[in-house]
Design a protein around this ligand. Structure first.
Ligand code: SF4
Ligand code: SF4
Ligand code: SF4
Length: 247
């Protein structure tokens, strides 16, 4: 049986999500029995222009990235956005709060005109995306589960319920009770509520659930005397469009 050819690509990102893939160790060896990895810059020097499944990491922040992404879409049967930069824009979106000219100047100084930059955006704003693996970085177990589902021809199960569900399953004391801001009520689960479990508010790296009750979240913050503005600024860490959604 021919194994599906899998390629990993990176756009503007820290490449931490690809690194997570490399740390799945024994399960990666199992997956290698089922797939052929033909392009993966962090792991192999070979490259191929032919592949069936493309995992795409990073957001689009330069004009030149648009054509490259479209070529990947035209080649692959399945495109999967890998990590927050690709799924929701991620930390790169912080620059969108400023004029692009001033961003270029701050980062590149006198060389600014030599470097192209456009507002950061998730890959889905440029091409059709078939599946999303959320998080900054991604969860390794979720990566394995999604990949196995694809190989079995099944639709991967991506959680569409809030982080609060996983947090309560872990019997954590809610951070609201401790006077802390948390975005768990509107953020997509799948990370096993790792931040609240370690006493840190969720900052929404997995993006909003499909139908978030933002007004109820706002009311919850108000009831606990917490700042809605702070919540919005936390959400803007991973995607600058959140401010409008909270209006
Ligand atoms: S989602 Fe986070 S870990 Fe992954 S590439 Fe982007 S910044 Fe790095
Ligand atoms: S700590 Fe955050 S994620 Fe956990 S239950 Fe409270 S609001 Fe939800
Ligand atoms: S708790 Fe929130 S910020 Fe932390 S990993 Fe999960 S989704 Fe991301």
């Amino acid at each position: 049986m021919t194994k599906p050819r899998v390629a990993f690509f990176s756009f503007t990102s820290c490449e931490g999500c690809q690194l997570v893939v490399l740390t799945i160790e024994e399960q990666l060896l199992d997956l290698l029995d089922l797939i052929d990895i033909v392009t993966f810059r962090e792991a192999i020097s070979e490259k191929s222009e032919e592949y069936d499944i493309a995992f795409v990491e990073g957001s689009i922040t330069r004009e030149s990235e648009i054509e490259r992404l479209k070529t990947i879409r035209d080649t692959a049967s399945i495109v999967i956005a890998l990590g927050a930069c690709a799924t929701i824009g991620g930390v790169n979106c912080m620059k969108n709060q400023y004029e692009m000219k001033s961003v270029q100047k701050i980062v590149y100084g006198e060389m600014a005109d030599n470097f192209d930059t456009i507002p950061a955006r998730p890959i889905e704003e440029v091409v059709k995306v078939d599946y999303h693996i959320h998080g900054c970085p991604i969860d390794r177990e979720e990566f394995v589960e999604v990949t196995k589902s694809l190989l079995l021809g099944k639709k991967p199960r991506i959680p569409d319920y809030p982080v609060c569900v996983e947090c309560q399953m872990r019997e954590n004391v809610c951070l609201f009770e401790k006077g802390m801001v948390c975005m768990g009520p509107v953020t997509r689960a799948g990370c096993k509520a790792i931040c609240p479990t370690y006493n840190d508010g969720c900052t929404g790296c997995r993006g909003l659930i499909d139908d978030p009750n933002l007004s109820s979240h706002k009311n919850l913050l108000n009831e606990h005397g917490l700042s809605v503005e702070e919540a919005i600024s936390q959400y803007m860490l991973f995607g600058e469009n959140s401010k409008d959604k909270f209006k």
